[in-house]
Ligand binder design. Structure first.
Ligand code: CTP
Ligand code: MG
Length: 225
């Protein structure tokens, strides 16, 4: 990646990248997603390459999985939920800023990453998000329900970036309250700290369902970011 751009965006701030990769990939149905291959390469490998510029990279692996050592990368055992996996990584992180990125999103668009880093430097908490392209509707037991104004909603992506101490506080508060959140931005917001929405990129979609593998294979062939 373009290290110079990050240094410009970031001044002297150090960055820890946290990669929750401990999920079991239930919906995809191909075993733990981190090891699923797209374009002949494991999803985890995409993330390790995309964030090779970071000061440190911490990876939460599914229990019972080990990988050969790799410079600049620490492998830890993940937890039962995404939040627990991130919490383990966060406790081991040391940089000023942490970026949390789902390994299930192999296509990291550099321009979006740079927009995010800039916002994190300015505000302390930011996430990528994209507009909702389709009509968004409530499902009333299989029947078409109330339409939700899509202009006022966004689909949340990762990476999400935070001052490390802010995210620590948010996780500690969630632990105290026994709450489990699906992403880190919610936790920071629950603390009362605003989280900036930064324009993401639809290519940074999360491989979730089997048909997403076809989309990813196609994109892998054209990938050039
Ligand atoms: N994740 C994790 N630890 C968990 C659960 C999820 O580190 N206990 C990670 C996944 O590896 C993934 C990200 O969180 O990179 C987003 O989760 P998701 O897309 O839901 O992946 P899975 O939980 O593996 O998939 P599923 O929910 O279909 O089982
Ligand atoms: Mg999951």
């Amino acid at each position: 990646a373009n290290a110079a751009a990050f240094l410009v965006a970031f001044g002297l701030m150090s960055v820890s990248v946290l990669l929750p990769a401990a999920g079991s990939g239930e919906r995809l149905g191909r075993g733990p997603k981190a090891f699923v291959e797209v374009g002949g390469k494991a999803l985890l490998e995409y993330a390790l390459e995309a964030f090779a510029w970071a000061d440190e990279v911490l990876v939460a692996l599914p229990p019972g999985h080990a990988l050969p050592p790799r410079p600049g990368v620490r492998f830890l055992e993940g937890g039962k939920t995404r939040q627990q996996s991130v919490w383990r990584l966060l406790q081991a992180a040391t940089a000023d800023v942490v970026l949390v990125h789902d390994v299930a999103r192999p296509f990291v668009v550099r321009a979006a990453l740079e927009r995010l880093l800039k916002a994190v430097a300015e505000t302390g908490a930011a996430t990528l998000a994209v507009p909702v392209p389709d009509t968004l509707v409530e499902d009333r037991d299989g029947a078409y329900g109330a339409v939700i104004p899509r202009e006022r909603h966004r689909l949340v992506q990762t990476p999400q970036g935070f001052r490390r101490e802010l995210l620590m506080e948010a996780h500690l508060e969630a632990l105290r309250e026994g709450r489990d959140f699906s992403d880190d931005a919610q936790m920071v917001l629950a603390l009362g700290h605003p989280v900036a929405l930064v324009e993401g990129d639809r290519r940074m979609f999360k491989l979730t369902y089997p048909e997403d593998l076809d989309l990813a294979e196609g994109l892998a062939r054209a990938w050039n970011c």
